[in-house]
Design a protein around this ligand. Structure first.
Ligand SMILES: *[C@@H]1O[C@H](CO)[C@@H](O)[C@H](O)[C@H]1NC(C)=O
Ligand SMILES: *[C@@H]1O[C@H](CO)[C@@H](O)[C@H](O)[C@H]1NC(C)=O
Ligand SMILES: *[C@@H]1O[C@H](CO)[C@@H](O)[C@H](O)[C@H]1NC(C)=O
Length: 288
């Protein structure tokens, strides 16, 4: 059971980024370690010169003369040398922070030519989605994605919930906007918003709603969006829910049942052999 779920998990992890986007998307919980995949499809006898950056911000660099870390990434990033020589240029990013979250920019891995350092080749881009909370909801139910803006000093709250760049819901006072596919299903009640509660109410949850949602408060004067919350919504199907709930005991029960069946089979076989021997001996005795 556990092995099966692990392999399904890995399968979805491997398949998802490729099919969803030409770029790779990695999701990570705040505080966890994220692996930003990268491959150079080549072995190196000498350590190649590689560089990871996030937009124009320098993240990490490794070359024959050591490593450099970007200012916001001190002690948190590495491309292990032994892996790099094998062509594995994956970035290990420890203690993931909400500020590592980059929607509008990606982590870019570059290979710098040894003989000509001006010759830089982009290898791949990884989008990192960092979330601080996970919310689980059942298909058809109503999910509440938590958000609180009380720590921000603004008078008139202007809230925006987005999936990437796409707006799901927006409210400023009485005026609100519901994004495509969310008509009649989403709201941040006005009275709650005024109290500092910017939680999104998402009705009639469907499987396609499973993704990462971000809430922003727009600053009154500049209209600059300030990221408040990143929430990962997981959607459970009804049948799946029942299976999930009883997975541990049913798994155990399945094992028990199997054991009982095997025992009964062995006992039956032994009994049959005894009966056969008994009949055969009786037959021999009566025929002699
Ligand atoms: C690449 O290296 C990372 C650690 O740097 C490791 O976790 C990962 O498994 C490696 N990937 C492959 C395909 O070897
Ligand atoms: C915030 O608002 C949501 C929905 O409007 C509600 O379910 C939740 O209880 C509110 N939270 C608090 C702390 O008031
Ligand atoms: C909920 O959504 C499904 C499609 O995902 C739709 O068929 C159904 O009518 C909706 N139910 C309500 C009560 O809006």
């Amino acid at each position: 059971m556990i092995l099966l779920s692990i392999s399904i998990f890995w399968l979805s992890v491997c398949v998802y980024p490729i099919s969803a986007d030409p770029h790779i998307t990695v999701e990570a919980h705040v505080g966890s370690t994220a692996l930003l995949p990268c491959s150079l499809s080549k072995d190196f006898s000498k350590t190649p010169h590689v560089r990871w950056r996030a937009d124009n911000e320098f993240v990490f660099e490794r070359s024959f003369d050591g490593t450099h870390e970007g200012p916001g990434y001190k002690g948190r990033v590495d491309v292990p040398e032994d892996e790099l020589r094998k062509g594995n240029c994956s970035l290990v990013l420890k203690d993931v922070r909400i500020t590592d979250h980059v929607f509008y920019r990606s982590f870019v891995m570059e290979h710098v030519e040894a003989t000509n350092t001006n010759k830089i080749q982009e290898i791949n881009r990884v989008q990192l989605n960092v979330y601080s909370q996970r919310v689980s909801a059942q298909v058809g139910s109503t999910a509440v994605l938590p958000c609180d803006w009380k720590h921000l000093s603004i008078q008139t709250p202007h809230v925006e919930w987005r999936i990437g760049d796409e707006i799901v819901f927006e409210r400023l006072g009485k005026e609100s906007f519901q994004g495509e596919g969310y008509e009649g299903r989403v709201d941040v009640p006005e009275e709650e918003l005024l109290k500092g509660n910017c939680s999104l109410v998402l009705k009639n949850v469907s499987v396609t709603d499973e993704t990462l949602y971000s809430s922003y408060i727009l600053m009154t004067d500049t209209k600059k969006p300030v990221l408040v919350q990143n929430i990962k919504l997981s959607v459970r199907e009804l049948s799946e829910e029942r299976k999930d709930d009883s997975s541990a005991p049913s798994g155990e029960a399945d094992g028990m049942n199997l054991l009982i069946i095997i025992t009964v089979c062995i006992m039956c076989s032994v009994l049959l052999i005894f009966i056969a021997i008994f009949i055969w001996m009786k037959y021999r005795r009566s025929s002699s």
